[in-house]
Each structure stands twice: as structure tokens, then as C-alpha cells.
Design a protein around this ligand. Structure first.
Ligand SMILES: Nc1ncnc2c1ncn2[C@@H]1O[C@H](COP(=O)(O)OP(=O)(O)OP(=O)(O)O)[C@@H](O)[C@H]1O
Length: 229
């Protein structure tokens, strides 16, 4: 089943602080992603990969084109033109976004940051915390760190907590912006294994990887972008 259809997508940024200079973000983008498929965006720096992902999550609006998302209830919605409240609803239950950086409130432990994702879906606190610990352990976070705030963690540790948080309770569409950017090979491959599991659960994913081996291993489709002129 198709999850996402992107058609003729264009984005031009208008930078008002610079006297309304126009910057081309990307143009003529089109692809589709089925349930359980992983599509990678690939291309040189500045080609528009991150901007496309942000547009799919509607952090950015679009200049032209459609982003048709097939919802869990069978209805279709165009993310490019949906209302703000529809977008909030989609983000709550059907579309997830994992950036490179962990953004969390202070004084919440690593386990709670991850467990919270399951608790909001109705899972019990005990089960959620146990699953969160398992996931953190799988991603090589030392047990002595579990009850500390990840704000004091190293960059790579924070990124692993961020991935744990992003994938423990996966939504139907997951957008991943270089989730393994500061991880070593072992941990990158562990993340790839987890993402493969999500594919078997039917999660559709669009991602950006710097690690080409990881990209090849996880991708069903690779969408190549050229630098815009
Ligand atoms: N908020 C913004 N305002 C203005 N221009 C932007 C904005 N975000 C992105 N751009 C421009 O859009 C173009 C594409 O940027 P984007 O970050 O999407 O590229 P990328 O392919 O993800 O690059 P990289 O691999 O270096 O992360 C760049 O020229 C960038 O300057």
C-alpha cells in the first residue's frame, strides 16, 4: 500500500532579512513510498535533502506541488495544503521526525525520555520503562547513564537516545535526517538493523544518510538529487 506520493515539489526560500533575496531550495521533486519501504534522499551538500524532509513534516511550506499522505484510516491528505490543526494531528499519531539532535526538557532521565513515547500511546509505565531500557542497552548506552538527563551526555550518546526515542513507538511514516551522523560503525549498523525491523512492521521511511554503506543496506529506493542552479 502506498503511504506517500510526492509530486512536482518546489521550494523557493524568501529571505526577508536580506531584502527579500530568493534562494532555491529544491525543484521538480517526485517519488512515492510504500508501506514498509525505505527511500533515501541522496545528493551533494545544498541539494535540498534536509529541506525536502522538513517540507514532508511541514516544518517548511511548499512553493508548488503535492505531498499526498495515505492515512491509517484510508483517507488521503495533502500535507502541502493541510491546515495547521490537521498537521498537528498527523504529527501526533502518524508521522514522526528524527533529527540529528536531541531536543528535550532538562531534568528528565534518558529512560523517561524514551519511555514517554510508549506511555502516550497507552502503554503502562512499567512496560514502557523496561522497553526503553532494552532499547538504550541495545544502542550501547551504559546502564549508569539511564537515570541521568541526556543533556550531559556526549554527542554520540545524545544521538543514540534520540534514535531510541524516535523509533521505540514508530508511527506509519518516519522521516530521518542523518540519524547516524555522529555514530561509529558498530552503532550505525545497530540502527540499520532496528530500521530494518521497522520495515517489517510496515513503517514507511524517508531518510538521509552520510554513511553510504548504511544507506545501501537500508534503502529500497534511492532518490538522487542534483545541486539546484
Ligand atoms: N530556512 C532557510 N532559509 C533560506 N534558505 C534555506 C533554508 N533552509 C535551506 N535553505 C537553502 O536551501 C538549499 C538546500 O539546503 P538543504 O539544507 O536542504 O541541503 P542538503 O542537501 O540537506 O545539504 P547538506 O547535505 O549540506 O545538509 C541551500 O542552498 C540552503 O541554503
Amino acid at each position: 500500500m502506498t503511504r506517500l506520493e510526492v509530486k512536482d515539489l518546489d521550494k523557493t526560500f524568501k529571505v526577508h532579512t536580506q531584502g527579500s533575496i530568493e534562494v532555491k531550495g529544491f525543484e521538480n521533486i517526485g517519488f512515492d513510498v510504500k508501506q514498509g519501504e525505505f527511500l533515501s534522499l541522496f545528493g551533494p551538500s545544498g541539494a535540498g535533502k534536509s529541506s525536502i524532509l522538513k517540507t514532508l513534516f511541514r516544518t517548511y511550506t511548499t512553493t508548488k506541488g503535492n505531498i499526498v499522505f495515505h492515512r491509517d484510516n484510508g483517507n488521503k491528505i495533502d500535507i502541502a495544503t493541510a491546515t495547521e490543526s490537521e498537521i498537528l494531528e498527523l504529527r501526533k499519531s502518524e508521522i514522526g521526525y528524527v533529527s540529528q539532535f536531541l531536543q528535550i526538557l532538562p531534568r528528565i532521565s534518558a529512560v523517561d525520555v524514551v519511555a514517554q513515547q510508549l506511555i502516550v500511546k497507552g502503554e503502562s509505565e512499567e512496560v514502557s520503562r523496561n522497553k526503553a531500557k532494552e532499547m538504550l542497552d541495545y544502542l550501547s548506552i551504559r546502564e549508569e547513564l539511564f537515570d541521568l538527563s541526556p543533556l550531559t551526555f556526549s554527542g554520540g550518546e545524545q544521538q543514540r537516545v534520540n534514535i531510541a526515542k524516535g523509533i521505540i513507538a514508530p508511527k506509519s511514516l518516519l522521516l530521518l535526517d542523518e540519524p547516524t551522523a555522529s555514530l561509529d560503525k558498530t552503532n550505525t549498523m545497530k540502527v540499520v538493523e532496528k530500521l530494518k525491523e521497522l520495515k517489517t512492521q510496515g513503517v514507511a521511511m524517508v531518510g538521509i544518510f552520510h554513511d553510504l554503506e548504511a544507506m545501501e543496506m537500508i534503502s529500497d529506493k534511492i532518490y538522487k538529487l542534483e545541486r539546484v542552479q
